[in-house]
Design a protein around this ligand. Structure first.
Ligand code: BEZ
Length: 258
C-alpha cells in the first residue's frame, strides 16, 4: 500500500500495520468492555491506522477517530475512507458534551500531562457518558527499558529522566486523577500481558517503532551496538522459541461522567 509519510512525524504507519498489528488485535477485548450500542456516538482517542474505529463502525456506531500523528491519520483515511478521522492532540481536544463514550486503546501512556487529557475526555462526554481505556500500567516493559537505559549509560551517556516518553501509572495513581476531574471510577484492572514480538528481529522492530525517543541523546553511530547489547543481555529472559516476548503490563479503566 502506498502511503504518505510525513518526515517530521516519527510514527511509521507502515511498520505499525505490518509488524505491530497486535496493538489493535489485543484491543478486541477492550471493545467487549466498551459494549458499544448501535446508534451511539463514540470517540476513538489514539486511533492509529483506524482498525478498531472500523470495527466499531461495523456495530452501527457513529465513530470519530483522532490521533496526534498525521502519518497514522493519512493511512487510516486511506484504509477506511467512510470514517471521519482527524489529527488532534489528546490534551487539546475540541469536543464538548458530544460523545456517549470515549474509547482509547494503547495510547494514554504517551500523553502528558495525563490530568489534562482526562479533563479533555471528560468535557468531550455527554453527562452519563463512559470513558473506557487500556494502556501501559506501572512496570510496563520495564525489563526492556531498564536494559536500554543501562546500556546507554554504560556508553557514558547520561539518560535524562525527562526523556522517558511514557507515563505508566498504578491503579491508585490513575483512579485518583480520574476522580479529580469528576469521573466515577467503576472498573480498574492492572494485569500482565506478555506480548509476542514476532521473529528474531522482534525486539529491534519494537524499539524502532516505539522506543526511538530513548535514543534522543545518543549519537547515531552508537545506537546499533547499544541495541545489539540489549538483545544479547535480554535473550535469556525474553526470547522464547524463536520470538521475543515483551513484558507488557496493562491498566484498564472505566469511568462514568457524573
Ligand atoms: C503499550 O501499549 O503498552 C506500549 C506500546 C508502545 C510502547 C510502550 C508501551
Amino acid at each position: 500500500m502506498k502511503t504518505l509519510q510525513n518526515k517530521k512525524d516519527s510514527w511509521n504507519a507502515d511498520l505499525y500495520d505490518k509488524k505491530h498489528s497486535f496493538v489493535s488485535e489485543y484491543g478486541q477485548d477492550l471493545v467487549d468492555l466498551l459494549a458499544p450500542k448501535q446508534g451511539e456516538k463514540i470517540l476513538d482517542l489514539g486511533c492509529g491506522t483506524g482498525d478498531l474505529a472500523n470495527e466499531l463502525s461495523n456495530f452501527g456506531i457513529d465513530i470519530v477517530g483522532i490521533d496526534n500523528s498525521e502519518n497514522m491519520i493519512t493511512q487510516a483515511r486511506h484504509k477506511y475512507p467512510k470514517i471521519k478521522f482527524m489529527v488532534q492532540n489528546a490534551v487539546e481536544l475540541d469536543f464538548h458534551s458530544e460523545f456517549d463514550a470515549v474509547f482509547s486503546n494503547a495510547t494514554l501512556h504517551w500523553v502528558k500531562p495525563p490530568i489534562q487529557a482526562l479533563q479533555c475526555i471528560y468535557h468531550s462526554l455527554k453527562a452519563g457518558g463512559r470513558f473506557v481505556a487500556e494502556f501501559g500500567g506501572k512496570g510496563n516493559v520495564q525489563i526492556i527499558t531498564d536494559e536500554i537505559i543501562q546500556q546507554i549509560e554504560r556508553e557514558g551517556i547520561t539518560f535524562k529522566k525527562e526523556k522517558f516518553p511514557w507515563f505508566y501509572p498504578s491503579i491508585a495513581e490513575y483512579a485518583t486523577l480520574m476522580e479529580e476531574v469528576g469521573f466515577r471510577v467503576t472498573f480498574a484492572q492492572h494485569y500482565d500481558r506478555p506480548t509476542q514480538l514476532d521473529g528474531d528481529k522482534g525486539l529491534k522492530n519494537w524499539i524502532a517503532m516505539f522506543g526511538n525517543h530513548l535514543f534522543d541523546d545518543v549519537p547515531e553511530h552508537r545506537i546499533k551496538d547499544i541495541i545489539t547489547n540489549v538483545e544479547n543481555n535480554l535473550k535469556d529472559t525474553l526470547y522464547k522459541d524463536g520470538n521475543w516476548v515483551a513484558d507488557y503490563k496493562r491498566l484498564r479503566v472505566i469511568g462514568v461522567k457524573k
